[in-house]
Ligand binder design. Structure first.
Ligand code: KDG
Ligand code: MG
Length: 402
């Protein structure tokens, strides 16, 4: 089955998405997500200038060989732009293979290991009361696991606080918005949030929290300790992880489970974290970590060390990524949880999909392939609209981690 054509589709139904479509001489086509929030055009150029020309004429069934060709053959390995481009090709090829076999992708990967994919939603509010109410709304919708973020007194624009409604979208200005961060205020506030949530919502509901890289290792250790009484499912990205050894310090001090990896793009970014069992959940995802092929390698390493998966699933990962991730999640033996931030109705209309939410679980559906398509005519009605993520500064003006 020869690849005859590949095209990149950029659309902005409320936010920007980049999609690769690969067509074959047998009429079967596949699609892959290539969205890299705030850096979309870099991946578009990488795909159009450097990847598509070498794909034409190759056998679409040779997924592994094409992956190795794009990775080793580029000479320049890894990095978010390269790995998102490779991921898009890989996802589209797995879609093609499963469609050609007439099977949903999870069957090609090894079949279902569970009945559904446990997901967590995002509850946020300007203060603790609003967040507690938002958790209630998610429980009413059937969620069994909920990430909770709230505004912090004395901090303007704390991470994860939306501007109302169910949709939280941090990349919302053409040039990066500047926010102010105060660690002392946050460290005093966060345990109070979870104390209230446990008091109001009980012990059954799984609660998660994203620190979004704001703390130093010793501050993260302190927060982990302070949150222990509230039995979080995980504390995410408590400190930047380029220095994987930093997690040794956090781990030594707390039993709060740790999750990390949404900005990783390769198994090498998390090798130490996994092999030393410094984390409990690895958050690498299909689009930013080289597709199903590479994610499988990361999950395989993690399984040896009882680290479970917890893939990133924010709104800047398109429904194409979500569909592929759900097939992966249904199969992967060491599955933990899947993030699920709902897309807008406009986005769902551009990307018709087979996955569905029921009682706190997502199911990828049984449509052959990964079950997500793109309505190209509708996509064309939403032109690219440049948006960037915010930056954060400490109160004295020092640039910090957003
Ligand atoms: O593009 C950045 C977002 O995906 C990120 O800020 C969301 O941290 C995030 C999460 O856990 O969903
Ligand atoms: Mg996060």
């Amino acid at each position: 089955m020869k690849i005859t054509r590949a095209t990149v589709i950029v659309t902005c139904p409320g936010r920007n998405f980049v999609t690769l479509k690969i067509e074959t001489d047998e009429g079967v086509y596949g699609i892959g997500d290539a969205t890299l929030n705030g850096r979309e055009k870099a991946v578009v150029a990488y795909l159009e200038d450097h990847v598509i020309p070498v794909l034409i004429g190759r056998d679409a069934h040779r997924i592994e060989d094409i992956w190795q060709y794009l990775y080793k053959g580029a000479y320049w390995r890894r990095g978010p732009v390269t790995m998102s481009a490779i991921a898009a090709v890989d996802t589209a090829l797995w879609d093609i293979k499963a469609k050609a076999a007439g099977l949903p992708l999870y069957q090609i990967l090894g079949g279902a290991s569970r009945e559904g994919v446990l997901v967590y939603g995002h509850a946020n509010g300007a203060d603790i009361g609003e967040t507690a109410d938002a958790v209630g709304r998610y429980r009413d919708m059937g969620y069994r696991a909920i990430r909770a973020q709230s505004g912090v007194p004395g901090v303007k624009g704390a991470y994860g606080v939306g501007k109302g409604g169910l949709y939280y979208e941090p990349a919302d200005s053409a040039l990066p918005e500047e926010t102010v961060w105060s660690t002392p205020h946050y460290l005093r506030h966060a345990p109070k949030l979870f104390e209230r949530l446990r008091a109001e919502h009980g012990e059954e509901i799984e609660l998660l929290h994203d620190v979004h890289h704001r703390l130093t290792p010793i501050e993260a250790a302190r927060l982990g300790k302070d949150l222990e009484p509230f039995r979080l499912f995980w504390m995410e990205d408590c400190t930047p992880a380029e220095n994987q050894e930093a997690f040794r310090l956090v781990r030594r001090h707390t039993t709060t489970p740790l999750a990390v990896g949404e900005i990783f793009n390769s198994v090498h970014d998390c090798r130490t974290l996994i092999q030393e069992q410094l984390i409990d959940f690895i958050r690498t995802t299909v689009v930013h970590a080289g597709g199903i092929t590479h994610l499988r390698q990361i999950a395989g390493l993690a399984a040896l060390y009882q680290v479970r998966t917890g893939s990133h699933g924010a709104t800047d990962l398109s429904p194409v990524c979500m569909g592929a991730a759900l097939h992966f999640d249904l199969w992967v033996p060491n599955f933990g949880i899947q993030e699920y931030m709902r897309h807008t109705e406009e986005t769902d209309a551009v990307f018709p999909h087979a996955y569905r939410f029921e009682n706190g679980y997502l199911h990828p559906g049984d449509t052959p392939g990964h079950g997500v398509d793109i309505d190209e005519a509708l996509a064309a009605k939403y032109p690219y609209n440049p948006k960037q993520l915010p930056v954060a500064r400490l109160t004295d003006g020092t640039l910090w981690n957003w």
